[in-house]
Design a protein around this ligand. Structure first.
Ligand code: NGO
Length: 508
């Protein structure tokens, strides 16, 4: 019986494309029956990543792939000072950086930190044929292309956002989403936990937030009920951390708070209950800036969310506060900023927040479609970092074409080329490379009803934003990207991930 040959992969056939790639076609390595994985001596983290890699490779290869510290052709090594700077031009944060060498005798990965080993494992996975992601044994040779990759991120923050307020997604669904994202070296997942149509995180002392506003009939069209218990949230944070993903929790205020006001009428101006809303309007609800009950509520929520979240960030929303006067908005933000600091977190807000004077630790997330934004530019000039999420490029909830479904189109339709062909350092006057913390692709869920919808909107556009965030700017090239993206069709099919088969991509 002859083995069907798999297509040999190219060493640079990776998304995000690595910083430096030196192929050596004479140095291919073939993973075989007897291949083992060797991890850095004494490191439980390296061992765990070795096991993660083995678990990825075992189903399709059918090989045992034992993991140990003594021997093995695939070595995941921690090296306090790996040689990561062949060009002599790298002085960035090394945690996610790595060196990967494939030679005839095996594979050696070197990184200063476990995050770098994990990033390298994602690269390694893509260097194997797409059949590696099949759920059961496949016949063929598991060839890794020979040569050397030296890789490191352009920006420290490469995020995705999932709105679980307009439609709730379960812990299992969010875990699956995280697994799909980390393949592209996404390292932050921003969870939009609260909005007019629902409140999705249990808060001690305020049980009706989730009992009422996380219950039946909540979400857009009343079809997205559910909420995360504290235990659920903690489980998700841990699952993400194991994959080097930081959860960024968002409590949206002072606008987008109808669900909170349904549960607790004392949060309205006249103390009278408001009706639940399941439509898609924005900009009609507001917390009351001159009422002490507001800040008692906000402090409880901030304290609780901060205590549940090990990551450094807490996102306070701040967008579309059309129902709040400019003066009240300023009063409110100035009261809330110190609360977030009091509980040890660094504040992130949608860029409207930058209309108020911010401490330089605050981070502004630009989300609009306009060509300029004074507040964001001023915040950057004052030392604040910026996350770029322009809606006309990075919003994953925009339609692909005028008649694709699901999706919205207020920021235009976004095909794959449009999601790739831009640069965050050119997007706003006054905001350049050194002001950027990174990029994020938000996925709002007004029109989403299932994990399949989430995946279809995310893939293949998320890889575009991921590459912009990770790969050196000089490597950006649409033609190269669309060719590399094409190979993900069979990969995603094997992984059971739905994607939009955009006609721009020569899918294989
Ligand atoms: C806007 C709005 C959200 C919507 C989203 C839909 C921001 C930051 N606020 O983005 O409430 O869900 O558009 O695309």
């Amino acid at each position: 019986m002859s083995e069907p040959a798999f297509q040999r992969r190219g060493l640079d056939d990776v998304i995000p494309v690595p910083a430096e790639v030196r192929p050596d076609p004479a140095a291919d390595f073939t993973i075989g029956e007897g291949t083992a994985i060797r991890t850095a001596p004494g490191s439980t983290e390296a061992r765990r990543i070795g096991e993660y890699l083995a678990a990825l490779l075992r189903p399709a290869t059918g090989y045992a792939l034992p993991v140990g510290e003594d021997s093995g052709e695939i070595a995941l090594l921690l090296d306090p000072a790996p040689d990561l700077d062949a060009d002599g031009d790298f002085d960035g944060a090394p945690d996610e950086s790595y060196r990967l060498e494939v030679s005839g005798s095996g594979v050696t990965v070197r990184a200063a930190a476990a995050a770098g080993l994990f990033a390298a494992v994602q690269t390694l996975r893509q260097l194997l044929p797409a059949a590696i992601d099949a759920p059961g044994p496949q016949q063929g040779a598991w060839v890794l292309p020979g040569g050397e990759i030296v890789d490191r991120p352009r920006f420290p923050y490469r995020g995705a956002m999932l709105d679980i307020a307009r439609h709730f997604f379960t812990v299992a669904e969010i875990k699956a989403y995280i697994d799909s994202l980390v393949q592209f070296k996404i390292n932050h997942l921003h969870l939009h936990l609260t909005d007019d149509q629902g409140w999705r995180l249990e808060i001690d002392g305020w049980p009706k937030l989730t009992e009422v506003s996380g219950g039946e009939g909540t979400g857009v069209d009343g079809t997205g009920p559910g909420f995360l218990t504290r235990a659920d949230y903690t489980e998700l944070v841990g699952y993400a951390a194991d994959r080097f993903v930081t959860i960024v929790p968002e409590i949206d205020m002072p606008g987008h708070v109808n669900a909170a006001q349904v549960a607790y009428p004392e949060l309205t101006a006249d103390g009278v209950a408001v009706a639940p809303r399941t439509d898609m309007e924005v900009g009609y609800s507001s917390l009351v800036a001159d009422k002490e009950e507001t800040y008692a509520f906000v402090e409880d929520v901030v304290r609780e969310v901060a205590a549940l979240t090990p990551g450094p960030y807490l996102h306070i929303g701040g967008d579309e506060a059309q129902a709040t006067t400019a003066e009240d908005y300023r009063t409110f933000i100035q009261r809330v900023l110190p609360l977030v600091a009091k509980y040890g977190k660094r504040v992130v807000g949608w860029h409207e927040m930058a209309g108020v004077e911010l401490p330089e630790t605050a981070i502004a997330q630009y989300w609009r479609i306009e060509a300029t934004d004074e507040g964001t530019a001023r915040a950057a000039a004052n030392g604040s970092k910026v996350i770029m999420s322009p809606a006309d490029r990075s919003y994953l909830d925009m339609k692909y074409t005028p008649d694709s479904k699901p999706g919205l189109d207020w920021a235009g339709v976004i095909n794959v080329e449009r999601s790739y062909d831009w640069d965050p350092a050119d997007r706003l006057p006054g905001v350049s490379e050194q002001h950027l913390l990174g990029v994020e692709a938000p996925l709002w869920s007004e029109t989403l009803r299932s994990l399949t919808d989430v995946q279809t909107m995310t893939f293949p556009r998320l890889p575009a934003v991921a590459e912009i965030g990770w790969s050196p700017r000089a490597t950006h090239d649409w033609e190269s990207f669309r060719q590399r993206l094409a190979a993900f069709g069979p990969r995603w099919r094997n992984q059971g991930i739905a994607f939009h088969a955009s006609p721009e991509i020569p899918w294989t």
